[in-house]
Ligand binder design. Structure first.
Ligand code: SF4
Ligand code: SF4
Length: 363
């Protein structure tokens, strides 16, 4: 199997270690040992030693990981199972043993630029995008999840930047979903090419604001690491903070208590659990879940919901129970996948909103 020496060393470090098994949101939802970092490392170490074939069964297990880095964050010895999972996904793709549902997502990406296939864009969103200027200083990158799965969020993000008087636009045809490619096949040529196309599309703009935390993390981590993304990219929460600091947005602080569902990719990969708290502190009270910030537990995942919907529904339900225990009135999310899973699991009396919706309600 074509993986790095570092990944092989990580298999060996993780395969007999139980220390992070309690942290995995997928393992906690399924109750299956196969969903722990340890079990995945054990089977991959067997593949590496020739005792097990890298087949569809092994590769299907690779796609039961959300790459949320919960295990890596918890690891006191510094190992990162997400690295070997991503490298092994690429190895499985190169060996032609991907599960059919992953091949479908990849075919959709190749044919339509999004893993969700040919989705007719919400008419209101298309109209709002068409009405924006063609050139501007700032590009709002909505991402495939918002455009295909949650256009109301995209519309709210546009409304918030308009309310702040920002000179911005949205590309009518956004480049291929680099985040999805990175999630599905890691550092493949296709992912690098998608990142490069995105970088070219971003070139005319001074700043690119990524609406969805998953996209922001892919561009700012892998895109920068591979040297293919040069644009000035900021996360949506960080941009909202700058708008408030510059006086372009002046939300009124109310008495609503907000509970934050940190986007694991922003909090851990981009090391930013502060921006969303700065925004929430400007509009209301904060009521934190026991596990939050950089230690956050995943609340949903849009891509995985296409092929393991029942598990992602349980992930959302478990996280929502934690929010309820924290006394949540309004749960605020930073990415579409978590918004969808948590809002589907919200009991009566608890509202789930995206960050821009929370701020818009306070203007
Ligand atoms: S990531 Fe760390 S804690 Fe988790 S299984 Fe590997 S060595 Fe153990
Ligand atoms: S990255 Fe997240 S989903 Fe994957 S094994 Fe680690 S904790 Fe579980």
């Amino acid at each position: 199997m074509q993986v790095s020496q570092k990944s092989k060393e990580t298999f060996d470090a993780c395969r007999f270690c139980w220390m992070c098994h309690h942290i995995c949101p997928i393992g906690n939802a399924t109750g299956h040992e196969r969903n722990t970092a340890r079990a995945r490392a054990l089977s991959l170490s067997l593949v590496e030693r020739g005792g097990l074939a890298l087949d569809e069964e092994v590769s299907s297990n690779l796609y039961e990981c959300a790459l949320c880095s919960g295990c890596a964050h918890d690891c006191i010895t510094g190992w990162d199972p997400t690295k070997f999972t991503k490298e092994s996904r690429l190895a499985a793709a190169l060996e032609g043993v991907l599960p059919p549902y992953i091949n479908t997502l990849l075919d959709n990406l190749a044919d339509y630029g999004t893993p969700y296939g040919q989705v007719e864009e919400n008419a209101e969103l298309s109209k709002a995008i068409a009405a924006l200027p063609k050139t501007a200083d700032v590009l709002l990158f909505l991402g495939a999840d918002a455009r295909a799965l949650y256009p109301a969020g995209a519309l709210n993000a546009i409304a918030l930047l308009k309310a702040a008087g920002v000179s911005f636009t949205v590309l009518q045809d956004e480049p291929t979903d680099a985040y999805a490619s990175n999630f599905l096949i890691g550092a493949a040529e296709e992912t690098r090419a998608a990142m490069k196309r995105a970088s070219e599309a971003f070139a005319p703009f001074q700043t690119v604001v990524c609406y969805d935390g998953t996209d922001a993390a892919a561009f700012l981590r892998e895109g920068k690491e591979w040297g293919v993304v040069n644009a000035h990219i900021v996360t949506f929460p960080a941009y909202v903070v700058s708008l408030i600091k510059d006086g372009k947005l002046a939300p009124k602080k109310g008495s609503t208590a907000y509970t934050i569902q940190d986007c694991a990719y922003i909090a851990r990969e981009l090391d930013d659990d502060t921006s969303i708290r700065t925004v929430i502190d400007a509009i209301g009270e904060r009521r934190e879940m026991l596990v939050s910030g950089k230690a956050t537990m995943l609340g949903g995942q849009a891509l995985m919901a296409t092929y393991m919907a029942d598990v992602i529904a349980k992930v959302g339900a478990r996280r929502m129970r934690e929010a309820v225990i924290a006394g949540a009135e309004v749960v605020v999310t930073e990415n579409v996948g978590e918004y969808l899973a948590l809002s589907a699991a919200a009991p009566q009396g608890v509202k789930v909103v995206t960050l821009e919706e929370a701020v818009l309600s306070c203007l």
